[in-house]
Design a binder for this molecule. Sequence first.
Ligand SMILES: *[C@@H]1O[C@H](CO)[C@@H](O)[C@H](O)[C@H]1NC(C)=O
Ligand SMILES: *[C@@H]1O[C@H](CO)[C@@H](O)[C@H](O)[C@H]1NC(C)=O
Ligand SMILES: *[C@@H]1O[C@H](CO)[C@@H](O)[C@H](O)[C@H]1NC(C)=O
Length: 452
Amino acid sequence: MTRLKRFTTLVSFFLGLLVCQQVQGEAEEGCFSGIFAFGDGQFDTGTVSGTFPTILAYDHPPYGQTYFKKPAGRYSDGRLMLDFLAEALGLGFVSAALQTVNSDYSSGATWASAFSTIQSVAAGHTAGPGLFLSPFGIGVQVMQFVEFQISVNSEVNKQAKLMAKLKDGFTDDAPAEETPKKKKKDKKPRHFLQEVDNDDETVKPLAVNITLLELEANTMRLPKKGSWSDALYLIGTGAHDIINGFNNGKSIKYVEDMFPRLVNTLGDSVTRLHHLGARNMIVFGIEPQGCQPWLLTRIQHTADDLDWKGCLVTYNNVVQNFNRMLRNEVAHWRMTHEGLNIYYFSQYDVKTGLLTNDTAGFKSTNTACCGVAGSTYNVNLMVPCGPPAMDPATNMTETPTVCSNPNEYLYWDGMYTTEAGNKYVVQQMLTGKYFDIPFPRLTEKCVVNLLS
Ligand SMILES: *[C@@H]1O[C@H](CO)[C@@H](O)[C@H](O)[C@H]1NC(C)=O
Ligand SMILES: *[C@@H]1O[C@H](CO)[C@@H](O)[C@H](O)[C@H]1NC(C)=O
Ligand SMILES: *[C@@H]1O[C@H](CO)[C@@H](O)[C@H](O)[C@H]1NC(C)=O
């Protein structure tokens, strides 16, 4: 063994001491050890950015400007609901599992992917003209989670074996009765904890710089012990299935007729996650999409089509029909999956509540903060928030601008909400009022006052 190899093995051994305290083991009471998130852009902290870099406008300023001061793989000016929820749970940022460098899974991981759907792209689902579609539908994301579990478990088991060797003594690979000569002949590798002096073949333990090893250990950043069963699982998807349906020119009836199939497919993912250890899960209902500046721009309408809050009535009815079915299914999944504490969170009610909440501090709830000025909703469908771009309708280069105070806007870029909007939703979630049944483990056992 070369000196370098020996050192590397030593490092992984001592990492084992730290890593073995992670991932596997009994679930603990109290708050959650991490978050595993699935779905669309609501929980995407870098999946699309890591897999389709720079092709989308949100990989450029002004995305991220409010909090991260630079684009941060998120469709917002700052933090997402996932970030605020993690903060409330006393956790750090949750990395995208598909992000390659600087990932930190000690607070969990997300497979959520902006513009992803319940329907499978492999099975032929398309977004229709002009819309990006993530190939990582919910089924693919759960498969990616399986791979992640296998990799993490294998690493932890490797470390556990090394730990067991330590318990058995330092010299198990090099029995004392063996002669140095024979060993040399067989080229039998030395045990990693043996320093062999080439001159006299005496065995002595290596001095180890623990500080250095602990620094190295941080680069592992695996989920905490017990996380498969103890983490909080989030699922939020379905909005793009509806958008894509209408974008493909389908009728309301066609779109609504898909719902039982969509909810069933989502149920398959819930079942798989339950088999993989999930015990606490929140399923997010779809937000009132009919209030999105992007949709209000995209879908032609008259004043008669809007409610007094300025939202598309028909579209929101479709969303509510989906949510009703989803909520009923969550109650059903609770019955049919033993030990699964699963909750439906009505994001729809929180956001419509915000529209009527004068004390929440939002001055604009259906105008995009970032966009090309001049349109009703501050949205130009051809030139989204991001870098200047050519508008094919005019052959002019248009430059999106940012509102003076994003905290007064619910919508950042027309489709995705601002950091302020996301924070509001999580604050309301933590009151416990918007779950279908009480979720005391979240609202009572976690330190949830960090957001005030
Ligand atoms: C151990 O490594 C750390 C980090 O490189 C270094 O600062 C420290 O001086 C080392 N300690 C010893 C005793 O060599
Ligand atoms: C309105 O917003 C404030 C500030 O965020 C919040 O404390 C309050 O709970 C909200 N009211 C309702 C009825 O949701
Ligand atoms: C924009 O430029 C293209 C190609 O030069 C041309 O075909 C099109 O008519 C122009 N459109 C407008 C609105 O000027």
